[in-house]
Design a protein around this ligand. Structure first.
Ligand code: ATP
Ligand code: MG
Length: 349
């Protein structure tokens, strides 16, 4: 998966490595009231949890889905905090055997929140055990092997499962259906990211003027993780090259140094766009040709650079190849040649 390989870490990588996760922990909002953005999810989740609290019941199982860095782990922790419940954390890949999961489930206390990260990566037998546990608060422990094996049902405490996934589409229907509430996280707007940044700056004791906060937010690709990372880089710059105060000018200089442009594109993204426009006259150009011309693997271009370029409306994937949009030409400060895709006298006009 991009970002989880040995490749150099990009400043705009949506994934975090271990050391960054430690830095992130400090910046996690602890309650729904402090959780910025995602108003729909916040409202709905707040209601579900408040209702459970009023009934003195254990909250329904919650599925959190969405791209990396948008707040799934943060929300899982908030759910436990809002329910004043203990939190147990595990993940799909950590659960190899159904027995591993049975041990976790039977060790839970009443009302505990079990957070299963990357739930789409759980093994099939564990998944089946989970169905029963979610629905009937029961696990079947199989004793013996072969034809003589018997399943002994064991009651487990009522608990709230919070599952997180970046790939909701990979979850089997029966598992998805057993969640009482699904929160689909979307990319954040600039205003929410600015507020997140200002809150993080306060936590870290960094003085950021509002204009600078807005500028960093705009370059964060809709992702709070990237906002917080850019803030750390800008803070470094302010500390070493100035008096620590983050002004608009300083934020711009810092982000220029780290090669994050005003739309949040980095060198790789720009390299891809420039190749399509300059070398292939706006396209269409095939993925492998494009990859060779920017000196990257096709997978890197396809999985790391393209999703954001497509989402920004800068690049199109067509059956005949990659095509630059009018926005791409203008973002690069170039004029599309006559007849090129995006020049105004073709399919875009
Ligand atoms: N709504 C928010 N308000 C404030 N900070 C946020 C918000 N959402 C995320 N963050 C911050 O962004 C960082 C990443 O969030 P988090 O770890 O929850 O993402 P994730 O969705 O679990 O990512 P992954 O899929 O990689 O596990 C954390 O530092 C977190 O505090
Ligand atoms: Mg997470």
């Amino acid at each position: 998966m991009p970002g989880q390989t040995d490749e150099p870490h990009r400043t705009v990588d949506p994934y975090a490595d271990e050391s960054e996760r430690a830095a992130e922990a400090v910046l996690r909002p602890a309650s729904l009231a402090e959780f910025n953005g995602q108003p729909r999810v916040s409202d709905q989740l707040g209601l579900v949890l408040a209702a459970a609290r009023q009934r003195d019941a254990v909250a329904d199982h919650v599925l959190l889905s969405g791209p990396p860095g948008l707040g799934k782990t943060t929300l899982a922790m908030i759910i436990a905090a809002e329910m004043s419940a203990p939190l147990r954390i595990s993940s799909g890949p950590a659960i190899q055997h159904a027995g591993d999961l049975a041990a976790i489930l039977s060790g839970l206390s009443e009302g505990e929140v079990l957070f299963l990260d990357e739930i789409h990566r759980m093994s099939r037998p564990a998944e089946e055990l989970l169905y029963l546990a979610m629905e009937d608060f029961r696990v079947d422990v199989v004793v013996g092997k072969g034809p003589g094996a018997t399943a002994i049902p064991i009651d487990i405490p009522r608990f709230t499962l919070v599952g997180a996934t970046t790939r909701a589409g990979l979850l089997p229907g029966p598992l998805r259906d057993r969640f009482g509430f699904t929160a689909q996280l979307d990319f954040y707007d600039h205003t929410a990211l600015r507020d997140i940044l200002l809150r993080s700056a306060q936590t870290l004791g960094v003085d950021v003027v509002p204009d600078a906060a807005a500028e960093i937010a705009r370059r964060s690709r809709g992702t709070p993780r990237i906002t917080n990372r850019l803030l750390r880089r800008v803070r470094d710059f302010a500390q070493v090259r100035a008096d620590g105060r983050v002004t608009l000018r300083l934020a711009q200089e810092a982000l220029e140094l780290f090669e994050v442009d005003h739309l949040g594109l980095d060198r790789l993204d720009r390299g891809v766009l420039e190749a399509v426009c300059r070398r292939f006259a706006g396209g269409p150009v095939g993925l492998s040709t494009l990859a060779i011309s920017v000196g990257e693997e096709p997978e890197t271009v396809e999985e790391v650079a393209e999703p954001f370029l497509v989402r920004q409306g800068l690049l199109m994937r067509t059956p005949r190849g990659r095509v630059a949009t009018p926005a791409a030409w203008s973002h690069l400060g170039l004029t599309a040649p006559r007849g090129a895709p995006g020049s105004g006298d073709d399919l875009f006009s």
